[in-house]
Design a protein around this ligand. Sequence first.
Ligand code: IPD
Ligand code: CA
Ligand code: CA
Ligand code: CA
Length: 265
Amino acid sequence: MEQEALYQLSRSLQKWVLEAAAETRKKMTQPLEIMTKSSRNDLVTNVDCANQAFFAEQIKAEYPMAQLVGEEGANVGAGDWHNGLTFFVDPIDGTMNFVKQQENFAIMIGVYEDGQALFGIIYDVMADQLFWGGPQLGIFRNEQALEQAADQPLSEGLICVNTRMLVTNERQLQQVFVQSSGVRIYGSAGITFAQLLRGNAQAYISKLAPWDIAAGRVLAETLGFQILNFDGQPISMVAKEGMIIAPKQAMQEIIAIMAHSKTAE
Ligand code: IPD
Ligand code: CA
Ligand code: CA
Ligand code: CA
């Protein structure tokens, strides 16, 4: 994409995300319509659906040829994201936090062109923190440019996980946790990425769907984080998969510990 077109995309996405966030805050003053999906802990609300529909409409109007991969049922032309322009939309990330806490949730969009990272945006709605940018633009927290991730040993930083990962992979991950500075669970991939990008946490281990990872991937990889599956291979971003997000040194240590505990089982 030409530089001017990329600036335009950046402006449009920031505008749409801030508009969706303003609507979200407004709707939060009314009772939410809460529905369950696959289980009682898998929620969707009227706001998730309204935001998804809003983004689908904006993207279709400005980028009619683009593919859209969204969590809440608005997948349009979603075939191979390695071809053409693809928007991955998570209209509310951390829906459980949204429902239970009315904070600590995010709106996220990741954009890829022919399989290459182009632009990512994560908005922590209630903290009014916008993380945005891409490899050709740099990465920003609101207007402040963010620095490359510190490449330090596992022992020097905090590890973030999701609850499911903690419960189901406990044995494999136990040594990783022990050798880190400590473990944190934020309940939203977007809020967790915000911690990584700011340098408040070092690594994130989770099982994430394409819309959970797409935006954070653009931002984190640009700042020097690696993203690999538990076998140390690149992720596919076509289905939910286990993954580690960390700078090089910590990544090598985590992969080695996990491989060792696997063979020791
Ligand atoms: C979820 C959150 C959560 C993560 C789950 C995601 P959602 O997204 O990011 O932190 O552990 O894997 O599905 O469903 O609230 O958008
Ligand atoms: Ca969900
Ligand atoms: Ca969501
Ligand atoms: Ca999500």
